[in-house]
Design a binder for this molecule. Structure first.
Ligand code: UTP
Ligand code: MN
Length: 499
């Protein structure tokens, strides 16, 4: 019985393939597939070939220059490409070399799926394969302040995922894991190309096992299970919601979560919770200040500040900083530096601006903090310490008529104004360059500037000073360029600091 059953099957297989394969109508003449047998195995390969032919695809058993799409189950780029290059093809550069996921999707929709970055198995740069140094990869520094990072993020899918995990670690007060994911995201943001395979990241700094595992999931399946799990967890969602309120940090959010509170309604209905003034305003203006601020709105606020300053003195200097100075289109707030050429008058000007705003009736919230700056407190020892300058955290009322192009409002909102978060900081002019560098950010860029200064130069940098511990002296700087020069770093323009 056994032999009888096997016999015909074996004979059939020995016949030429063309005889046993039923002919199917070709629907996609411009596409010619070749399935790589390695890892796939011969039986799965012939099954998939038949499947594709039945759906109207041309599948060749032999790799030739006629092939348009090479499909591989094995996504290890270096060995696949080494093999492809050894096949003596002339047309290889024109072929699409794709992961099986493209094939599976094409079968599902019954036609060639559009090729996306995640499908492509990229050739590894030759220098990397041969282990040669220095390679362009080796030139990518572990320090964000030695990389140029524009707002054009070519790896948003990966960096968004990393940032979810970083934030979740922040919620658990796990600083080191938070930093691992923030750093990995920052490195990928600086790349002028899109990561399409794990091999392509060989030699990149700051990518640990855990970040690579997440990356591999996303490259293979289009999403990471760990990130999905985090995003759908009640704890993450609740802490994310609570910390979106102005004045609520991770500690307070955690405390509320721990007490079983899950929504804004729960918080506002809980009699034992005493919201501070900042949080009260946070809830009051939540709709407006949780919405992004546009560049046009930031410019309008700049005009309002300049006008208020003009009334007081001709000696003042105002500068837009934060994300908008880095060329971002949107922000969560608008940050300005206000100072005077004459050292010592800056705090007075800041207070006058606020008075002027109050007279105009545009101050919805104001937390003024007087300067505690004194050179004797410096250099600062903590990386993340707040600075000592006079500053003011505000919520201002911005009229639509003041904004070029008007306000972008929700439908049905015809108030004609919105609330905006604004930060003003007032360093003395001789500290201006340090304050500008610190307030321009990004946070990761600043963090790495300080880390670089400390570990590579034995210097201490903060928003006030640069201190050379070897020489035991403070270094003066009139511009950001001066600070980079003291640190022996190439100057990085503000729009290249989006690390
Ligand atoms: P932001 O939190 O405003 O960030 O702080 P951002 O880059 O402008 O981003 P969005 O668009 O508003 O969300 C701006 C910079 O100011 C520094 C921060 O470290 C950041 O680099 N900063 C903020 C200080 O140095 N001191 C402070 O007290 C507050
Ligand atoms: Mn900002």
């Amino acid at each position: 019985m056994f032999h009888a059953a096997v016999g015909p099957c074996v004979r059939k297989r020995s016949k030429p393939a063309s005889v046993s394969v039923p002919r199917h109508a070709v629907k996609f003449k411009e596409v010619r597939l070749y399935l790589v047998e390695r890892k796939m195995g011969s039986s799965r390969r012939s099954f998939l070939s038949q499947l594709a032919r039945s759906k109207g695809f041309i599948v060749d058993d032999i790799l030739s220059d006629d092939i348009t799409h090479v499909v591989s189950e094995d996504s290890r780029a270096s060995s696949l490409w080494a093999w492809l290059k050894g096949c003596g093809l002339k047309n290889l550069s024109k072929m699409q070399v794709l992961h099986i996921s493209w094939f599976t999707e094409s079968m599902r929709v019954g036609m060639p799926a559009p090729v996306e970055n995640r499908h492509v198995i990229q050739d590894t740069p030759p220098a990397l394969q041969e282990g040669l140094a220095p390679t362009p990869m080796a030139l990518i520094s572990q320090y964000a302040c030695k990389r140029r990072t524009s707002t054009d993020n070519k790896n948003k899918i990966l960096t968004d995922a990393f940032e979810v995990l970083a934030e979740n670690y922040k919620f658990s007060d796990n600083k080191s894991s938070c930093l691992v994911f923030s750093r990995a995201a920052s490195v990928l943001k600086s790349l002028p190309w899109t990561v399409q395979s794990i091999e392509a990241t060989q030699g990149l700094p700051c990518l640990r096992e855990h970040t690579k595992a997440v990356m591999e999931e996303i490259l293979q399946f289009g999403h990471s299970f760990e990130v999905e799990r985090t995003l759908s967890s009640e704890r993450y969602q609740t802490l994310k919601l609570f910390t979106s309120v102005f004045g609520v940090g991770p500690k307070t959010a955690e405390k509320w979560y721990h007490r079983g509170l899950r929504s804004f309604r729960d918080i506002l209905a809980e009699p034992s919770i005493q919201l501070n003034r900042m949080q009260q305003s946070g809830f009051l203006y939540y709709g407006d200040i949780s919405r992004v601020v546009t560049k046009a709105e930031a410019q309008a606020l700049g005009n309002i500040i300049d006008e208020a300053v003009r009334l007081i003195t001709s000696d003042a200097v105002t500068a837009l900083t934060g994300g908008f100075r880095r060329g971002k289109e949107y922000g969560h707030d608008v940050d300005f530096i206000v100072t005077t050429h004459e050292v010592g008058k800056e705090e007075f000007v800041l207070r006058h601006i606020i008075d002027c705003f109050k007279k105009q009736g545009i101050v919805l919230y104001c937390d003024y903090q007087a300067s505690t700056f004194h050179m004797s407190k410096l250099p600062c020892q903590s990386f993340e310490a707040m600075d000592y300058y006079a500053k003011c955290f505000l919520i201002l009322r911005l009229e639509a008529s003041q904004v070029d192009g008007g306000l972008t409002c929700d439908e049905g909102d015809n108030r004609g104004w919105r609330a905006v978060r604004v930060d003003l900081v007032s360093p003395p002019m001789d500290r201006y360059a340090f304050a500008l560098l610190g307030w321009t950010g990004s946070t990761q860029f600043d963090r790495d500037l300080r880390r670089f200064a400390r570990f590579e130069r034995k210097m201490t940098l903060d928003n006030h000073t640069l201190y050379d511990t070897t020489k035991g002296e403070f270094l003066t700087a009139r511009s950001e360029e001066d600070i980079f020069a003291h640190l022996g770093l190439e100057y990085i323009e503000p729009w290249q600091r989006n690390a």
